[in-house]
Every structure is written in structure tokens, then in C-alpha cells.
Design a protein around this ligand. Structure first.
Ligand code: NAD
Ligand code: DAU
Length: 352
């Protein structure tokens, strides 16, 4: 029997890389990509695989419980990899309810549908919930997030993700639903929506707009190339132990301002500009409310137990990412016209 795998949020940034990997690597799986196509979802991300016979796109909203139940009854999915979410911290500060609806209620709807459809017959079934390191809160100058670090979410986004993680574990504990959770650090790479730091700044450098650095710029993140995250998800989906959590990270911490300076240097090289040109665009602006100071992942569990390690260095990943954006100006132009302008105005015009 062909395995039926539901991937939610597959038209988004990370989801599109996960869908591509599974469709190409597992021709014996039927891969269903369920996505509501919000502002962040874009089927252009999957143009190269949309004709594959083992790929099906379903436009649906995970907050619509009835639609989700019907889809589970109709397709009898064997596995779920759940990525659909509202994912941008700044948007969660201006509109938390959308995050509570999609990230909490949407996850509950998927859990209920899986439970109803699988009816306690869990052989070969798995619910894989893709989460974030932000659930652990903020670190000081020292230390790392472990799988055992207590949850301490600080933004509406991270609180909604923490809530969804708790629900997944509760369904495992209460109903025996087979699950696995991963908590990953900051991703970067092709197809990321230009509201997140790296693609936003690449776009602004290309168009000679200010580079809005929040606060003192000394906030620290751990960066992972998206293709390596997709590879980790493949590994955990197939080899991860039931009811376990795995942290995923890039072993690659950067202070924002140092990362931005590196990006400026690389962009000057790629665009053939005088060294120092892009850095002149750096502009310090008002801080993000409740801004987490430092995230750092200890990814030794997935490394030791499953043998995963990032394959791409930050230099290579950043270079590939910049090249992709420079070669895909149309993708960027399509996204940054229309509603994006309103978002940009609201987010940045009052912040300087
Ligand atoms: P994204 O915003 O690029 O994509 C989210 C996708 O979900 C979009 O295609 C969107 O259309 C879809 N979606 C949103 N609401 C939906 C709904 N109600 N019903 C159906 N589909 C809906 O996000 P991303 O950065 O690719 O993140 C994917 C997942 O990975 C999220 O769960 C996020 O929390 C998690 N994550 C992201 C990062 C990161 O650095 N981007 C790191 C760790 C974990
Ligand atoms: O850690 C994983 C998380 O990483 C994911 O769960 C989230 O979905 C993802 O959006 C990301 O969250 P961050 O808030 O860390 O990412 P963002 O790209 O928004 O910001 C990265 C850092 O850069 C953060 O310290 C804020 C800062 N920043 C961001 C923007 C958009 C700026 O200084 N200026 C900006 O304009």
C-alpha cells in the first residue's frame, strides 16, 4: 500500500523545502501539501515539482475543523508533518489572535482529526510537529537550550507555539497518539518571505533602502540553512523515537549586527559595489517589544542518536541564499508589491 503523507504549510518557506525533499526522495509516498495560502504561502515555491504524480496540493485552512476532519476521512493519511503556522514574531505583536487561531486551534484540529481517523490503531502512524527554539525563552550570555530546558515563551508567537507543543504531548500522553516534536533555531535560505531578517535585508540592499536593526543589534540567533532543516525532518520522521523531542540547530551563533555586516560585505561583492557601500544603509531603530536576547541550541541529541549534522557552512549557505534572491527578482517583486507595502509601512515607519 502506498503511504499517504500529509504535510501542512508546504507552500511556505520551510514547508516547500520539506515537500520537495519528500516528493523527490520517496516516489512511493503520496505527498499531500495542505496550505491555506496566506500571505506567506506561495505555490511558486513548488513550481518545479507540481507535476510529479506523487504530489497533490490541497487548499484548506487548519482552523476549519470540519474541512480538516473531512480531508482525513477522505484520504486516510498515515502520517502528518505539521508546519502550517503564523511564523513572524513582529506580526504576532500586532495581531496575536491570528497566531492563537492557527497555531493553537489549528494544531488542535489536526490532532483531533488524526485521533478520530486512526481510532487507536496507531500502527505505522506518526504525527510530527515542527516547532521552534523560541518556546524556551531567552538565554543570557552563557548556556544552550536542551530538550529538557523548561518552557518560557516570551512573545505571542512563541507562546502559541509552546501551547501547540503541549497539546501534541498531551494527546500522546492521554490517547497514545504517536508523535515526535522538533524545536529548531532560525532558518535562512531560498524562498523565505522578506519580512524575516536575512531576506528583508537582502531586498533592502538591492533597492537601497535602510537596514532597520532593532535596538543595539547585539541580539543573538543560531542560524541553520533550510535544506539542512528539511534533511533533519526527514531523519526524525523516519528514525526518531516515538514521543521524543529533538532540538535542531546550526552550531552557528551570530549577533545580529555582525551578521548584518557580513551580509553587507557579501552583497557588495555580489553586486560589484565599492566595499562599505551596503553597510552605510545600517540604521538602528526602536527595539522589538519583549525582544529575546539570545537563542542557542544544543543539537547534540539529534547528532548522537540520529547522526544529523548541518552539511552547509554559513559562508556557503549565505552565498547560495544571496545568489538565489539575485536570480529570482521576479519572485521577490511579486511578493513585495501590493499588501507587503502596507505591512512594511506599518512595521517600520513609526519605529525610527
Ligand atoms: P512561513 O510563514 O514561511 O509558512 C507558513 C505556511 O503556513 C504558509 O505557506 C502559510 O500559507 C501556511 N498557513 C498559515 N496559516 C495557515 C492555516 N490557518 N491553514 C493552513 N495553512 C496555513 O513559515 P516557516 O518559516 O516556513 O515556518 C514553518 C514552521 O516551522 C512553523 O511552524 C514555524 O513555527 C516553524 N519554525 C520556523 C523557523 C524559521 O526560522 N522560519 C524555525 C523553527 C521553526
Ligand atoms: O528561532 C526560530 C524562530 O526564528 C522561528 O520560530 C520564527 O518563525 C522565525 O521568524 C525566527 O524568529 P526571529 O524573531 O528570531 O527572526 P527574525 O528574522 O524576525 O529576526 C531575527 C533577529 O533580527 C531578531 O533578533 C530580530 C532582528 N531583526 C529582525 C527584523 C525583521 C531586526 O533587527 N530588524 C528587523 O527588521
Amino acid at each position: 500500500m502506498q503511504k499517504k503523507l500529509l504535510i501542512t504549510g508546504g507552500a511556505g518557506f520551510i514547508g516547500s523545502h520539506v515537500v520537495r525533499l519528500f516528493v523527490q526522495k520517496y516516489p512511493d509516498y503520496q505527498v499531500y501539501n495542505l496550505d491555506a495560502l496566506t500571505y506567506a504561502g506561495n505555490l511558486e515555491n513548488l513550481k518545479d515539482i507540481e507535476e510529479y504524480p506523487n504530489y497533490t496540493f490541497i487548499k484548506a485552512d487548519i482552523t476549519d475543523a470540519e474541512a480538516i476532519n473531512n480531508l482525513f476521512v477522505q484520504h486516510q493519511f498515515d502520517g502528518v508533518i505539521h508546519l502550517a503556522a503564523e511564523s513572524h514574531v513582529d506580526r504576532s505583536i500586532t495581531n496575536p489572535n491570528a497566531f492563537i487561531q492557527t497555531n493553537v486551534m489549528g494544531t488542535a484540529n489536526l490532532l483531533n482529526a488524526a485521533r478520530e481517523t486512526w481510532k487507536g490503531n496507531y500502527d505505522g502512524k506518526r504525527f510530527y510537529h515542527v516547532s521552534t527554539d523560541e518556546v524556551y525563552g531567552s538565554l543570557g550570555a552563557e548556556g544552550f537550550f536542551l530538550e529538557t530546558t523548561p518552557y518560557d515563551p516570551q512573545s505571542p508567537y512563541s507562546a502559541s507555539k509552546a501551547s501547540s507543543d503541549h497539546l501534541v504531548r498531551a494527546y500522546g500522553n492521554t490517547y497514545g497518539l504517536p508523535f515526535v516534536i522538533t524545536n529548531c533555531s532560525n532558518n535562512y535560505g531560498p524562498n523565505q518571505f522578506p519580512e524575516k531578517l536575512i531576506p528583508l535585508f537582502i531586498n533592502n540592499i538591492c533597492t537601497n533602502k535602510p537596514l532597520p536593526v532593532y535596538g543595539d543589534g547585539k541580539y543573538t540567533r543560531d542560524w541553520l540553512f533550510v535544506v539542512d532543516h528539511a534533511a533533519a525532518i526527514d531523519l526524525v520522521y523516519h528514525k526518531g523515537k516515538n514521543a521524543e523531542t529533538y532540538n535542531i540547530g546550526g552550531f552557528n551563533e551570530w549577533q545580529n549586527i555582525e551578521l548584518v555586516k557580513l551580509l553587507c560585505t557579501k552583497m557588495d561583492e555580489k553586486l560589484g559595489r565599492e566595499p562599505g557601500t551596503s553597510a552605510q544603509l545600517i540604521t538602528y531603530i526602536k527595539d522589538r517589544p519583549g525582544h529575546d536576547r539570545r537563542y542557542a541550541i544544543d543539537a547534540s541529541k539529534i547528532n548522537k542518536e540520529l547522526g544529523w549534522y548541518p552539511s552547509v557552512t554559513f559562508e556557503e549557505g549565505l552565498s547560495k541564499t544571496i545568489d538565489w534572491y539575485l536570480e529570482n527578482q521576479e519572485w521577490l517583486n511579486d511578493i513585495t508589491s501590493g499588501a507587503y507595502q502596507n505591512y512594511y509601512e506599518t512595521q517600520y515607519s513609526t519605529q525610527s
